[in-house]
Design a protein around this ligand. Structure first.
Ligand code: SF4
Length: 162
């Protein structure tokens, strides 16, 4: 089965039974000590953007949509992603900070509450390898908030053709 369909099926199954994260999960972003999800430390990646997000980013930079897409966007398999620096850092990561923070894409806002991460407690634990904010301390993000961000990210993936 196609991995996306498998993932959707898994989430649906979990929803019927109640989410494993209903009681909340421990997470606190430790930025600026860490900027791993924006850096190229683990190699190349994608920051997917929808039309609305490209428009918001262009406004944030004070340039036209055309200039923005020419300079900062690449097309990958029919979807759009921000370009990266030569070291694979996000193009908008400067001195460990996001230059477009107020207009950052939903993908960035919702990490680590992504469908592929929230499939199971085991998979969530594994995300500790990528994100030192996962289970960092007793800070709890409620199940409702996790679900809200998960839904937002899922909807945005559909909108941006992923
Ligand atoms: S990897 Fe985790 S802790 Fe580090 S900046 Fe991203 S969300 Fe925050």
């Amino acid at each position: 089965m196609d991995p996306k369909a498998e993932q959707a099926k898994e989430l649906l199954r979990a929803k019927r039974a109640g989410n494993w994260f209903d009681a909340g999960v421990q997470f606190r972003c430790i930025h600026p000590e860490c900027s791993d999800c924006c850096s190229g430390r683990r190699g190349p990646g994608y920051v997917w953007v929808s039309m609305d997000e490209m428009l918001a980013l262009a406004n944030n930079r004070g340039i036209t949509f055309d200039s923005f897409t020419r300079k900062y966007v690449r097309q990958v398999d029919g979807a759009y992603s921000l370009v990266e620096k030569a070291n694979y850092d996000c193009i908008f990561l400067r001195d460990g900070k996001c230059e477009v923070y107020a207009a950052r894409p939903i993908q960035c806002r919702t990490y680590p509450f992504w469908p592929e991460v929230m499939t199971s407690p085991k998979r969530w634990e594994r995300e500790e390898e990528n994100c030192p904010g996962v289970n960092v301390d007793e800070t709890v993000v409620t199940g409702e908030e996790v679900e809200r961000q998960l839904a937002q990210e899922t909807e945005n993936r559909e909108k941006s053709g992923r």
